[in-house]
Design a protein around this ligand. Structure first.
Ligand SMILES: NC(=O)c1ccc[n+]([C@@H]2O[C@H](COP(=O)([O-])OP(=O)(O)OC[C@H]3O[C@@H](n4cnc5c(N)ncnc54)[C@H](O)[C@@H]3O)[C@@H](O)[C@H]2O)c1
Length: 337
C-alpha cells in the first residue's frame, strides 16, 4: 500500500484530507505538533484504521528526516501551520517558526530524501498571500502582497518552496485556496464560531460593518482538488483553488441564521452584533481558478447553500466537538491590537 504523509492532520483541512486519502486506499502518516488548534476528535473515525498512523512531531524537528526514510511516502501534503490571522497579530513569532522555519526544515529533509526516492511535496497555501483584491479575481501570476503576519508567513513559505524547485529541482507544487468551511474547523474561525453561538444562545459577533468579502469553498471540495493536484499537477506550478462564490460576513451570518431556524428553535439572544474591526483587515479576497479547472479538470461539487447546511448539521450532531476544546479558545476575542 502506498504511503502518504499529511502534516497538520489533527487540524481542520488535514483531518478531512486524511479521511479522503484512506478511502482512496493510501496508508496515511499524520505528523502533527498537537497545538491548541489540533483536535483528536477530528481523527476519531479512522484512528483505529490499519491504514493510519499518528506521529507527534513539529515540522521544524530533525525527526522529520527519520519519518521520511522510515515510511518512504509517495507524497507529502504539508498543511501544518499556524492559521489564525488574529493570533498572528497578537504573537507573530509562532507563525514565523511553524510556517517559515518549519517549511525550511521540511524542504531540507525532502531535498535529501528525493535524491534517492520518488515523491512529491504538495504545499498547501492560501489566497491571503495576494492581499486585498478590491475588484476582479487574482490568478496565479498575480503579485503577492500579504497584509497580516499570517499571510506574510504563508507567502514566505510559498516562495521558499518555489526556490527549492528552481534551485534544487525538488518535485513540489504549491496550492492557494480560498476560505474553507465544513466539519471539524476550530471555532476561532467565523463559521464554526457563529454556529457555536447560535447553539448557545449568544450574539453573533461580526467585525466592522460585516462587509469584508471572502470566497467560500466546502472543505471536501478543497481536499478533492488537492488529490487532483497530486495525481495530475505539474511540478513547479501554483494552482489556485476556489469556488468563485464570494459572500460577505453579514451574508454568511444571515444565511446561517436562516438555516438554523429551519432546523432548531433559536434563542432570543442570537442576533448580529457588530464589533471592533481587526487591524489591517483585508476587504476582499477572490481567486481566479480557471487554471485548475481547465488543466486538471477539477471543479467544486458543493454550492454554498448545500455546504453550509451540511456544516450546520455536522456541528449540531457533534456538540461534543466543542466540548473537546478549551472554552477560552472558543470565546476569547484576539487580535485587537
Ligand atoms: N482554513 C482555511 O480556510 C484555509 C484556506 C487556505 C489555506 N489554508 C491552509 O491550509 C493549512 C491547514 O489549515 P487548517 O485550517 O486546517 O488549520 P488548523 O489550524 O485547523 O490546523 C493546523 C494543524 O497544524 C498543526 N501544526 C501547527 N504547527 C505545526 C508544526 N510546526 N508542526 C506540525 N504540526 C503543526 C496544528 O497542531 C493543527 O493540527 C494551513 O497551511 C493553512 O494556511 C487554510
Amino acid at each position: 500500500m502506498k504511503k502518504i504523509i499529511v502534516t497538520g492532520g489533527l487540524g481542520f483541512i488535514g483531518s478531512n484530507l486524511i479521511e479522503l486519502l484512506i478511502n482512496k486506499n493510501y496508508y496515511v502518516i499524520n505528523v502533527d505538533k498537537v497545538t491548541y488548534s489540533s483536535n483528536f476528535y477530528n481523527t476519531r473515525e479512522f484512528k483505529k484504521s490499519k491504514k493510519y498512523k499518528f506521529v507527534k512531531c513539529d515540522i521544524k524537528d530533525k525527526k522529520i528526516r527519520k519519518i521520511l526514510y522510515q515510511h518512504k511516502p509517495v507524497a507529502i501534503f504539508n498543511l501544518a501551520a499556524e492559521t489564525h490571522v488574529d493570533r498572528s497579530i497578537d504573537s507573530p513569532k509562532n507563525f514565523i517558526q511553524s510556517n517559515i522555519v518549519g517549511i525550511f526544515n521540511l524542504l531540507e529533509c525532502f531535498r535529501e530524501y528525493t535524491k534517492k526516492y520518488n515523491s512529491k511535496l504538495i504545499h498547501i497555501s492560501t489566497d491571503e498571500v495576494y492581499g486585498d483584491i478590491l475588484s476582479g479575481r487574482s490568478s496565479e501570476n498575480y503579485p503577492y502582497k500579504p497584509s497580516s503576519p499570517y499571510a506574510a508567513s504563508k507567502a514566505a513559505s510559498d516562495h521558499l518552496v518555489y526556490s527549492y524547485v528552481r534551485t534544487f529541482k525538488i518535485p513540489a507544487i504549491v496550492t492557494n485556496c480560498s476560505n474553507n468551511y465544513g466539519p471539524k474547523q476550530h471555532p476561532e474561525k467565523l463559521i464554526p464560531k457563529l454556529i457555536y453561538n447560535i447553539l448557545n444562545n449568544k450574539p453573533l459577533p461580526i467585525y466592522g460593518k460585516g462587509t469584508n468579502s471572502r470566497e467560500w469553498i466546502y472543505v471536501k471540495d478543497h481536499c478533492e482538488a488537492l488529490l487532483k493536484v497530486f495525481y495530475k499537477g505539474k511540478i513547479g506550478e501554483f494552482y489556485n483553488i476556489g469556488s468563485n462564490k464570494n459572500l460577505n460576513n453579514l451574508q454568511v451570518s444571515k444565511e446561517l441564521i436562516k438555516i438554523s431556524k429551519s432546523v432548531i428553535k433559536i434563542g432570543k439572544k442570537v442576533k448580529i452584533l457588530f464589533v471592533k474591526d481587526r487591524p489591517g483587515h483585508d476587504i476582499r479576497y477572490a481567486l481566479n481558478s480557471n487554471k485548475i479547472k481547465s488543466k486538471l479538470n477539477w471543479k467544486p461539487r458543493t454550492n454554498f447553500r448545500q455546504g453550509i447546511k451540511l456544516t450546520f448539521n455536522w456541528y449540531l450532531k457533534n456538540k461534543n466537538y466543542y466540548k473537546s476544546l478549551a472554552k477560552k479558545d472558543i470565546i476569547k476575542r484576539l487580535g485587537t491590537k
